[in-house]
Design a protein around this ligand. Structure first.
Ligand code: APR
Ligand code: PHB
Length: 389
């Protein structure tokens, strides 16, 4: 088989790139390790920056997003001093859209199938060959049979545990990592959200987040120990702990019900440089990971995709490689700003082991400054709604 772009990974990055390329007459084949249903079974954050909404519109898949997504003009921050609102719309003129990542992925799969674009599921043993030449190819097995795809370019959209990043020689790669001494215990419940905006809470018992998927599907998180297992937490224990981390009036209005999903995720900051090696380009989680605090994972994958899509269109339509040659430089400039915001926001809200009384005072002063200072709120809002591409 031959194609123009071989995309490894059928998550949001790979699908969005494939759809944008298709809309510009560039052929791509997506290789996905799992089944479509497995991919759609993943529960992930769903706060969309305007940049991602525009890309979904450009990809022709924003219809349901506009019908069912929730436009949020701001967010709530709760702490010992109470709860305050940060007004994105007033400070930046831009809102965010709350729309589950699963729904983004579903819309992209539906569009890909409607377009008759090829996605090969349940592939194994994917290997990227000769990425540092003008004639890369990919081999894989499926149902015990071996296959080869010759291509012009390979897009490594296969996430943190994929093969693409590992294809870049260690002598070329530089990796930066920070792990966090806690995790997030998250549940999904068929209950009305406790507030019409998200609530990010700093409490003396640890971080909590109140989010949502729709009018009767809520998503809640509490910071937990890395040694915790979901089996350590009954629903009752979760609801009780969540209430203790929220302002009293919010806790009193919390509607609870049996969880329909419960999981614990570790937090990590990670970046690999460069994001290009020859004709291999890394996008999304294959190149970088952020703690979910700032909801930057999907949105930073989207900015990578935007740079790569535009670079490939420039290459094929204008015979100009400037866009792909500058891909890594441009993508990383924005990646590091998303890493910084996610790291900073995580530091503002979580209780870290061994925080001294002075450290705690600094954290509270940081939150008070965010509450009281318009410039600080504007800086927060500009990062949260999405810095320019
Ligand atoms: N071969 C083929 N597919 C693979 C391989 C492989 N060797 N390894 C992983 N995959 C697939 C995974 O099954 C997954 O569907 O690649 C896809 C990668 O998708 P994600 O991990 O979702 O990464 P990405 O598409 O970059 O999306 C980033 O998703 O993980 C969240 O928080 C992250 O919101 C961010 C967004
Ligand atoms: C979520 O809804 O899952 C969510 C929202 C915002 C975040 C993280 C997760 O910062």
């Amino acid at each position: 088989m031959r194609t123009q772009v071989a995309i490894i990974g059928g998550g949001p990055s790979g699908l969005l790139l494939g759809q944008l390329l298709h809309r510009h007459g560039i052929e791509a084949v997506v290789l996905e390790r799992k089944t479509r249903d497995y991919v759609l079974g993943r529960i992930r954050a769903g706060v969309l920056e305007t940049g991602l909404v525009r890309l979904m519109e450009e990809a022709g898949v924003a219809g349901r997003l506009h019908r069912e997504g929730y436009v949020h003009d701001g967010t709530q921050v709760a702490w010992e001093g109470g709860m305050f609102h940060i007004d994105f719309k007033e400070l930046t003129g831009t809102p965010v859209v709350v729309y589950g990542q699963t729904e983004v992925t579903r819309d992209l799969y539906d569009a890909r199938e409607a377009a008759g674009a090829q996605t090969i599921f349940e592939v194994d043993d994917v290997v990227i060959h000769d990425a540092d030449t003008d004639h890369p190819h990919v081999t894989y097995t499926r149902a015990g049979l071996s296959h080869r795809i010759d291509c012009d370019f390979v897009a490594g959209c296969d996430g943190f545990h994929g093969v693409s990043r590992q294809t870049i020689p260690l002598s070329v790669r530089r990796e930066y990592e920070k792990t966090y001494p806690f995790g997030w215990l998250g549940i999904l419940s068929e209950t009305p959200p406790v507030h019409d905006e998200l609530i990010y809470a700093n409490s003396d018992r640890g971080f909590a987040l109140c989010s949502m998927r729709n009018a009767n599907l809520s998503r809640y998180y509490i910071q937990c120990a890395l040694s915790d297992h979901t089996s350590d937490w009954t629903d009752t224990a979760f609801w009780s702990e969540l209430r203790r981390r929220l302002p009293e009036n919010v806790a009193d209005s919390l509607v609870t019900s049996p969880s329909i999903e419960k999981s614990i995720a570790p937090l990590r900051s990670f970046v690999t440089e460069p994001m290009r090696w020859g004709r291999l380009f890394l996008c999304g989680d294959a190149a970088h990971i952020v703690p979910p605090t700032g909801a930057k994972g999907l949105n930073t994958a989207a900015s990578d995709v935007q740079y790569l899509w535009k670079g490939l269109v420039q290459y094929y339509q204008d015979n100009d490689s400037e866009g792909i040659d500058r891909y890594s430089e441009k993508a990383l400039l924005r990646v590091w700003k998303a890493e910084r915001f996610s790291w900073w926001f995580s530091g503002l809200l979580h209780r870290y082991p061994h925080m001294s009384p002075f450290d705690l005072k600094m954290q509270q002063a940081d939150i008070a400054f965010l509450r009281d200072n318009e410039a600080q709120q504007r800086a927060f809002a500009e990062n949260y709604v999405g810095l320019p591409y």
